[in-house]
Write a new protein. Structure first.
Length: 386
């Protein structure tokens, strides 16, 4: 699934990944509409006769094992106490998921697809194989509340189709990119941090009403450079995996670009570029890099951050050890920035894989590609822009 921008602060005026689902009544979905008709969307798929079993708090919204345990418990305890719903799933990441009550066709919940943190299907060859769960994180003042919502289908194959629909939608950044058979078409991605394609869909600076929510989309690109006799050269990528050489000083380059939104949210400042081995790492495990350069470009539409990484440091031992031929290591890069008009810092996480070679390995074909991530940011306006 795609990574989202996350807030480091706890200001309630900035809400990220907040679906409109209740925590006060964890066994049901709140009603958000009384309209009798289902509004069919052109870029969405409808699934009927799905049972909503309820929700539970979860310690880690990305922990599949914990989610599977919740699925097992809910499937056993809620066998006869479930709400029959219809799910409308958009075919692109920026779309809205809609839930309707099956009998009355009343809309009971809507939320951005991008706010889903993780999707898990019940174990095969078990009574939970027809179940699936999705997790969210709600930000309330200074507290993060993680929830796991559980659903059950009439047939096991339907749960597979729903998870496949979610999976394809997460990969698709724009609507209308599917053929008549529902197959995902290849979407064009930017693989170079030096050039961009297309015009960002960004609005003007008209005043925003206090209390409304605004949705923004960003992209981040990651490149690595290694020191050699000619200075620093680009590290190649192969099959979405960085090819790095041990014991060579490196530069980490991150480019942040706003894709769309009702107004420009320029990056004012980067106050931290961090690196850690692994993925889904804790904030305490991230290591601060020395920022050598940070500058805006393209009329403030992009922001480039460049930091120095010395892999010989003990905390990076995993990322400085040669990997066997079929082995890869994971790493996480994070950029902490201040956006125009938002006082709380926002973190952009980028996760990728790497293969570590010996120090004097030679790469004959170096194609310039970058690790690319998309992010969705929702803010709540606490005062009108002047």
């Amino acid at each position: 699934m795609k990574t989202r921008a996350s807030s480091l602060g706890g200001d309630a005026s900035i809400e990220l990944g907040l679906p409109k689902l209740s925590t006060s009544t964890p066994n049901c979905l709140p009603s958000t509409s009384t309209g009798p008709d289902i509004q069919l969307l052109k870029n969405a798929t409808l699934f009927e006769h799905v049972s909503y079993l309820g929700c539970s708090k979860i310690d880690d919204p990305l922990n599949e094992k914990e989610m599977l345990e919740i699925i097992e418990n809910f499937n056993r305890e809620k066998a006869h106490d479930a709400i029959s719903v219809i799910i409308l799933i958009p075919n692109y990441l920026g779309g809205i998921v809609k839930l309707y009550e099956q009998s009355t066709k009343t809309e009971i919940s809507t939320f951005l697809l991008s706010r889903i943190r993780c999707c898990v299907r019940g174990k095969n060859n078990s009574s939970e194989c027809s179940c699936f769960a999705i997790s969210f994180t709600q930000f309330r003042e200074k507290e993060e509340i993680h929830q796991c919502h559980v659903f059950r289908c009439n047939l096991p194959e339907m749960s597979s189709k729903i998870l496949m629909r979610f999976s394809n939608s997460f990969k698709n950044l724009e609507p209308n990119n599917e053929n008549d058979n529902g197959q995902l078409l290849q979407t064009k991605k930017i693989l170079s941090t030096t050039t961009t394609t297309g015009t960002p869909l960004i609005g003007n600076n008209l005043p925003a009403e206090k209390g409304i929510e605004e949705n923004y989309q960003f992209e981040a690109f990651l490149e690595m450079k290694e020191e050699d006799k000619k200075g620093f050269t680009i590290c190649p990528m192969e099959k979405n995996c960085l090819k790095l050489r041990r014991d060579r000083e490196k530069r980490v380059v991150v480019v942040i670009r706003q894709v769309n939104g009702p107004r420009p949210l320029y990056v004012k400042k980067c106050f931290g570029l961090l690196l850690a081995p692994g993925k889904n790492v804790r904030e305490a495990d991230m290591h601060l890099l020395d920022i050598e350069n940070d500058v805006s470009g393209e009329n403030n539409r992009t922001y480039t951050i460049e930091g120095l990484w010395n892999p010989i440091n003990p905390q990076f031992e995993v990322l400085n050890t040669e990997t066997p031929k079929e082995t890869r290591v994971c790493l996480t890069v994070a950029a902490d920035v201040i956006l125009e008009g938002i006082n709380e810092p926002v973190r952009f996480n980028i996760e990728c894989k790497a293969r570590i070679y010996q120090q004097y390995e030679r790469f004959f074909y170096v194609t310039r590609k970058a690790v690319n991530e998309s992010y969705f940011l929702t803010i709540k306006v606490s005062f009108s822009f002047l």
